[in-house]
Design a protein around this ligand. Structure first.
Ligand code: BGC
Length: 252
C-alpha cells in the first residue's frame, strides 16, 4: 500500500484506538487497532502506547505525515488545561510538544468532541450545513463541539454547564444513566432539561448526538423535543479518529 495516510488516534478513558485515515473520503484506510488505556493514564504512559501503535502502522502511514490525537480535555493551543475524566497529571502538559518529540514528527492534539464534530461536519450528519451546528457526545462525560459555517469554535465544554445546581454531565451523560440504572424515559427527561437549556443559550440550527449510545438513538431521541432537528451522529465510534486525522492534516 502506498504510504499516504494520516493516522488518527483517539485516547479515551478505557481504550486507545487508532487507524490510518483517508482524509479525502473521511474513512479508515485500514482496520483500526485498540489497546487498553493504562490504569495510570499519565501522559508518559499513554505516549509509550501511542509510540507502539505508530510503529505498528508504519506500513500504512507516510514517514512524515502528521498525526492527530484526541484527549477528553480542553486543549488550548496544544496545552491540556483540564482533566475531568483523565489523569490529573495531564493538566499543563504541552501535548503537541510531548507527542511531537516522542514520535519525531508533527502531532496535533485536539479535544475528543471537537474531533468527532469535525468528522461529522465534513463527512457525516452535519455535512453541507452552513448554519450553527452543535455536536454533543454522551459518554463518560458530555463533550461538545460548536460550528458556524463548518468552522469550529474549539473547547466549548458545554457538558459542564451548571443546571439545577449540578455539573450537567454528572446527571445526563451515559455514565449517569448506567450508574443510576435509569430507564430510557427517565434519562430522556434529564436530556430534555439539558438540551432545552443549551438551546435557550445557543439556538443551533442542528444538534448531532454522538458517543457510543448514539447507536441506540431510536430509544431516546424520539422522546426529546427540541426546536432544532436532533439527529444521531453517522460516523459513530469512528468519528474521533477520522476528525483527529482531518484536523491535523488541515493544520499542516
Ligand atoms: C471533558 C471534555 C470532553 C468530554 C467528553 C468532559 O468531561 O471536560 O473535554 O470532551 O468530557 O469526553
Amino acid at each position: 500500500m502506498a504510504k499516504k495516510h494520516t493516522l488518527g488516534i483517539d485516547i479515551g478513558g478505557s481504550g486507545i484506538k487508532g487507524a490510518p485515515v483517508d482524509v479525502h473520503k473521511g474513512e479508515f484506510a485500514a482496520d483500526r487497532r485498540r489497546v487498553d488505556t493504562p490504569e495510570e493514564s499519565t501522559p508518559d504512559a499513554v505516549a509509550a502506547l501511542v509510540e507502539q501503535m505508530v510503529d505498528d502502522f508504519a506500513d500504512e502511514i507516510g514517514a512524515d505525515t502528521p498525526i492527530g490525537l484526541t484527549v477528553p480535555a480542553v486543549v488550548h493551543h496544544g496545552v491540556v488545561r483540564t482533566a475531568a475524566n483523565i489523569d490529573p497529571s495531564w493538566i499543563g502538559t504541552d501535548a503537541d510538544d510531548l507527542f511531537s518529540q516522542r514520535l519525531g514528527r508533527t502531532v496535533h492534539v485536539v479535544n475528543d468532541a471537537d474531533a468527532a464534530g469535525v468528522a461529522e461536519v465534513h463527512f457525516g450528519a452535519g455535512r453541507g450545513n452552513t448554519g450553527v451546528v452543535l455536536l454533543t457526545t454522551l459518554g463518560t462525560g458530555i463533550g461538545s463541539a460548536l460550528f458556524l459555517g463548518g468552522e469550529l469554535v474549539p473547547n466549548t465544554e458545554l457538558g459542564h454547564l451548571e443546571i439545577d445546581g449540578h455539573d450537567a454531565e454528572t446527571r445526563a451523560a451515559t455514565s449517569a444513566r448506567e450508574r443510576e440504572d435509569l430507564s430510557w424515559e427517565a434519562w430522556a427527561e434529564r436530556l430534555q432539561r439539558y438540551y432545552s437549556h443549551v438551546e435557550d443559550l445557543l439556538w443551533p440550527d442542528l444538534i448531532i448526538v454522538g458517543g457510543g449510545v448514539s447507536k441506540k438513538a431510536e430509544k431516546f431521541l424520539p422522546l426529546l423535543h427540541t426546536r432544532a432537528p436532533i439527529v444521531p451522529a453517522q460516523l459513530k465510534n469512528d468519528a474521533g479518529i477520522i476528525g483527529a486525522a482531518w484536523h491535523t492534516q488541515h493544520l499542516g
